[in-house]
Structures are given as C-alpha cells and as structure tokens.
Design a protein around this ligand. Sequence first.
Ligand SMILES: Nc1ncnc2c1ncn2[C@@H]1O[C@H](COP(=O)(O)OP(=O)(O)O)[C@@H](O)[C@H]1O
Ligand SMILES: [Mg+2]
Ligand SMILES: [Zn+2]
Length: 299
Amino acid sequence: MINVGDTVKLHSLIKKYFNKDLLFQLDSLSMMHDVDNNTKGIAVMQILTTFGINFKALGSGTNRYAILLDGYCFKIALDEDGKTDNKREFMYSKLAQPYVIKVYECMSTGLICSCEYMQVFEAKDFLMPSVQKEMREILKELTKVFLIGDIGIDDKNYTNWGYKLSDGSIAILDFAYIYKLSYQVFQCTCPERGMLHYTKNYNSLVCPVCNKEHSFWDIRKRISRQQELGEIGNILEKGYVVDKEWSVVPFDDRFSYSPKNKKKKAVSVKKDKIEDDEELTLNASIRKFMESLDNESEE
Ligand SMILES: Nc1ncnc2c1ncn2[C@@H]1O[C@H](COP(=O)(O)OP(=O)(O)O)[C@@H](O)[C@H]1O
Ligand SMILES: [Mg+2]
Ligand SMILES: [Zn+2]
C-alpha cells in the first residue's frame, strides 16, 4: 500500500526504447504533408528496424501506427491528429476505466503513447450476440459521461475493440473520439431542441421530437477548436512528468489506476484469469514515461 508522502519509482518504456535520434525521425515523418498514412506506416516500420527495435507490428489505423514491444502497445502518431488522439486517450483512460485500455505514458507532444496490449476482435468475435450485448452495456455506461464516435456497434468499428489480457473482459482500444461534454451539445437543432439520444448501436444520435438523426461528426462540428484544446488542457498536469528512463518521484494518487475501488460491470471472462497485480500502475505522464513501482520483479 502506498501512501501520500511516499515516493515511487517510475519506469519509462518510451524513454527506454526510443532514443533522441529515433524520436526525431518519427516526428519528422509525422510532419510530412505530402505522404499518405499508409506509406508512413511502412516508413515507421523501416525506421524502427533501422534502430534495431525488436517490435511486432499491430496495425495501422487512420492516424496512428501501433506496435507491440516488451509486452506493451505503443501508438506512434502519423500526423497531427494522431498526436491529439494519443493525448486524448492518455487524458481519458482513467476516467473511462474499465471500459478502455490503460494508457501509461504519453509524450508531451503526443508523438508516442504506451498502453495496455489487447487481443483485438476478429470478425467472429464481433458477430457473437453475447459480445454485442456486452459492447452495448459498455457504450451505455460511457455515453452517460461522453459523446462518442467511431466505437459504435458496426462492422467497420470492431477493430477498435478487443479483450483485455488481464481478465478477458471486453474493452475499447481506440477511444480518441470521446468528448466529455455539457448537455447543450446534445440538443437537436429543431425548434423544440429535443434532447438527442443514441440509436441502439450507438452509431448516431436521434431527436425524439423531430426524429432527425445526427451523426457523431455533425455533433462534433459544434465543438470549436478552442473548446477542444480547452478540454485536453495541459497534459503535463495529468501525470508524472519525467525525462529519463528511471525516476523517483513523490507519490500522487491522482495519477494511479486503482483497479480495486472500481467495481467492474459483469463482463464475461474469456480466458484464465491472470493475476491483476497488486502493484499500482501509475498513469505516469509525459515527456516520456511510465509506471511500475518495482524494477524487474513482476507478479
Ligand atoms: N492496445 C492495443 N492492443 C493491440 N492492438 C492495438 C492496440 N491499439 C491499437 N491496436 C491495433 O492498431 C490499430 C490502430 O490503432 P488505433 O488506436 O485504432 O489507431 P487509429 O486511431 O489511427 O485508428 C488498431 O486497429 C489495432 O489493430
Ligand atoms: Mg482505430
Ligand atoms: Zn429535433
């Protein structure tokens, strides 16, 4: 048990694996405007290989390229949006537990974040009615607090979902499009200003008065760039700030994932339970770095 006043030892895997030159190359790539993101994904692989990184490719999304390294997932931004997405996920990961991956570290620029590695859904997982039922329950909980996009129950979104290795529960691995917002944003544009609610599969919102359907993107357009930046706030205040691989810092309970005081919703366990370690996982922040109270000893 760690108490206020104690110190914790943080271990940054971003700092461990990504040296300055490597970061420089990845960042330069992310800033190229005349290269498409598919090509950038291939370039990321080449750069990592050149630097001798022993990774496994997990896949390319719209704005980020994910790799598996040392048992963790690292998301590398391919452009400015990818950087914002990394920051957004770092900021909201704790609030949205246990329904999303744990994000452990994020660079202050958003170039790379490190997070929990999951087993991504295949089409057959997504097609199971029991799985869709659980997804719907998760979305029901999340939409009480967030406006969400890109994670509704739809066959183009299922690669944004998977199973947590810790307990086999279902969770979301790409949740960059969630916004914590006031109810005003959820009003219809009709004269009655009906309160929008989600459709059954959470892919759009509908007005109970005029029945008009609004996409997530329609609603998101109402959020100004200013509001968006305000919402993200200063990422340096959202976790421990470290600049080397190992740091000893005063413990701050705001930055911890506390698996025990959050009651899990009933989600079925697909695999043997792996000990969800006693140790706290620190939502260490930025400029590079992360968690782990204990150097090598795990479990
Ligand atoms: N935590 C993770 N564990 C395993 N695979 C992941 C994880 N995060 C992402 N991936 C894989 O990488 C792909 C791209 O990552 P994603 O977060 O969806 O990026 P984008 O926001 O650009 O769509 C995902 O579709 C998935 O296949
Ligand atoms: Mg995605
Ligand atoms: Zn309406």
